[in-house]
Structures are given as C-alpha cells and as structure tokens.
Design a protein around this ligand. Structure first.
Ligand SMILES: O=C[C@H](O)[C@H](O)[C@H](O)COP(=O)(O)O
Length: 212
C-alpha cells in the first residue's frame, strides 16, 4: 500500500466516529484532506465543523460544510486530525504543516481525539521527525538557545508564518523518551506559543490505513 493510499484509507476510516448532528473538530494536512472529502459526502448529516487552520477552512467551505467558531460551542464530541509521528502510547508529534497551536486548542476541548495516519508515521520513540515549536517572532533566538540547552538542534522554518502570525522552529536530534516531561519543559520557555508534542492530551484512538 502506498503512503497516499494509507492516508486515504485512514481519513475515510475516521468517518465511523462521525454521528448525525455532530459539530466535528477538523485538523489540518494531507491526511485530513481525505477526511474532509469523506465528510463532504455526508455534509447533510453533521451540523458544522470547527476548523484548525485557514487551509482546512477553505477545504471545508469548498465542500459546503458550515464552519463555527470554537468560542460559540462548548466541548466538542470529536476531533479528527493527522500527525507527523505517533509512538506506541499514542503520543504525537504534530505541526509539520504549522497548524499546531489551533490543533492543540481543539484537541484540548474535544472528548475524543481520533488520529489518522498512514503506517509510516508509527515510531517506537518520537523525535525522528523534527519537533515543531511555534514562537513569538521576537523570542526566536532566545527560545532557540533554550532548546539547544535541552539537547536539540533548532532550525528556523524560514519564510513560514503561522495562521497566528508567529514563526516555527523545527528541533532536530531529539530522542523523546519522556514526551509528557518534555512538553511541559518546552511549554515553560518564555516566548513559546506551543510545542508540537501532543502527550498530555494525546490521541484516544489511532487509525492507520491498515484498519481498512
Ligand atoms: O500542522 C500540521 C498538522 O499537525 C498535520 O496534522 C501533520 O503535519 C500531519 O500532516 P499530513 O497528514 O499532511 O502528513
């Protein structure tokens, strides 16, 4: 099975968690794009979507799916999103598409987080994929120095501005054996908006293309 086929199957498999009348939290990325396609085919069933990025909002609008602001809804029953890496404990690295902050917010208010990945995203230990960190632009150098002290090698994703107007550092050479502790530690660096480690609020369910 190709990686693209794995993404397509995982995206479509998430539809079994969608129930009539739901407001669905929708993540970002190429795997989520397949989920949005499938959601569009059943748009009459759901009430609306809460989107995690401008990119996903555009795709949702194109498929006629109404969007609602997260502030106008309470808790969400379901959040569906992709990931860049997933460990055996369902801890994730996310943010390869720079959408990590809004994604983390939606994950935090959702009762069930269904993560859709192709099988190549499964790893024993997180860190092969560089860990994205969204930073306030003026704090970039300060945060980078602190990340070096934690053993990483941060690289500025030059030219990328997040939907929130911030910048991204991608941290290479980390072997993340304690994702919860590292998430807490990086969150405490002044100038960090969000770290792309989803460990405290990790996925509840992981679907790979192999699930059919
Ligand atoms: O910022 C982007 C998101 O965290 C994506 O969910 C993640 O990068 C995976 O994207 P894709 O499905 O395109 O591999």
């Amino acid at each position: 099975m190709s990686q693209e086929e794995g993404k397509r199957r995982a995206g479509r498999a998430a539809m079994r968690f969608v129930e009539p009348g739901m407001i669905v939290g929708v993540g970002t990325g190429s795997t989520v794009a397949h989920f949005i396609d499938a959601l569009g085919e059943r748009r009459g069933d759901i009430e609306a979507a809460v989107s995690s990025s401008e990119q996903s909002s555009r795709l949702l609008r194109e498929r006629g799916i109404p969007l609602v602001d997260l502030n106008s809804v309470g808790e969400l029953a379901l959040y569906v999103d992709g990931a860049d890496e997933c460990d055996p404990n369902r801890c994730l690295i996310k943010g390869g598409g720079a959408a990590l902050t809004r994604e983390k917010i939606i994950a935090a208010v959702s009762r069930q987080f269904v993560c859709i990945i192709d099988p190549s995203k499964r790893v024993e230990v997180l860190g092969r994929f560089p860990l994205p960190v969204e930073v306030i632009p003026m704090a970039r150098s300060h945060v980078a120095r602190q990340l070096v002290l934690l053993g990483g090698q941060p690289v500025w994703r030059d030219g990328v501005v997040t939907d929130n107007g911030n910048w991204i550092l991608d941290v290479h050479n980390l072997r993340i054996t304690d994702p919860v502790a590292l998430e807490r530690e990086i969150n405490q660096i002044v100038g960090v908006v969000t770290v792309g480690l989803f460990a405290q609020r990790r996925a509840d369910v992981v679907l790979t293309g192999e699930d059919g």
